[in-house]
Design a protein around this ligand. Structure first.
Ligand code: BTN
Length: 250
């Protein structure tokens, strides 16, 4: 299963044929002071999604985690999730997949017959961090893309680059993700504007379940640090990515 990832990027690459979770490995490296490393695995046996959900990561996908030490407050880390979603969406579109972003961290393919389900999931992002109130000590941005896999081996509601547009060269795909991520991460306005271009959520009537209740209305914008602005009957509400337990079209 060895894949050559001779990437030309300002990241050091650590490649594994098989690993539990690239995010766990990324956290380990971060705790040992590493930075600007990308952990890539051909296959993961214990990968994690948001909210302690399981994530299926068979051979053929793109499973990677970026280890970074940016000079940002923890509250700004969600911008990295948005930047990663933009980077994945751009790479997927270049590969011929009609991908768009569902706030905060899902890359989906939405077609007319499944808008009620919100679309089929192509990729997910899991950003983790540690730090003080005013500065993170590290951020690990985990990116999982169902690339060259049959979607019937994935959980219901998932799709893959293979099923939408045919197999991709994973080396090129990862390279493009890293390039876009690199280009965007220092510029919150650029992240938000690219995100708006790719968003499936904006203009949609949504119902967001948060830890502190349900917010329902039209998703009208995204703002620093990656929060969703919802026009409700009682005025505008801002929902932060970390508070979102579930979002679906209302
Ligand atoms: C989600 O949609 O809930 C996020 C899924 C994130 C999956 C990726 S795969 C690479 C990295 N390692 C993990 O264990 N999780 C992330």
């Amino acid at each position: 299963a060895a894949v050559e990832f001779g990437l030309d990027a300002s990241f050091e690459i650590e490649f594994h044929d098989e690993i539990g979770s690239t995010n766990d490995r990324g956290r380990e490296l971060a705790a040992a002071d590493a930075s600007d490393v990308v952990v890539i695995a051909a296959e993961q046996t214990g990968s994690r999604g948001r909210l302690k959900r399981e994530w299926t990561a068979p051979e053929g996908g793109v499973w990677m985690s970026l280890v970074l030490r940016p000079e940002i407050p923890p509250a700004h880390a969600p911008l990295y999730t948005l930047a990663a979603a933009v980077a994945v969406t751009r790479a997927a579109r270049e590969a011929g997949v009609d991908a768009s972003i569902k706030w905060p961290n899902d890359v989906l393919v939405v077609s007319d017959d499944d808008t009620d389900r919100g679309g089929r999931k192509l990729a997910g992002i899991l950003t983790e961090m540690e730090g003080e109130a005013d500065r993170v000590s590290w951020v690990v941005v985990g990116i999982g893309v169902n690339a060259n896999v049959d979607s019937d081996t994935l959980p219901p509601g998932a799709t893959s680059v293979r099923d939408e547009a045919g197999d991709v060269d994973r080396r090129v795909f990862v390279q493009r993700i890293l390039e876009t991520f690199d280009e965007l991460t220092d510029d919150p306005d650029a992240i938000l504007s690219a995100w708006r271009d790719y968003a499936a959520t904006l203009g949609q009537y949504v119902r967001v379940e948060t830890q502190s209740g349900v917010v329902e209305g039209e998703a009208v914008d995204v703002q620093v640090p990656g929060a969703l602005v919802i026009q409700t009957e009682d005025g505008e509400r801002v929902v932060h990515a970390g508070d979102c337990e579930h979002l679906r079209p209302a």
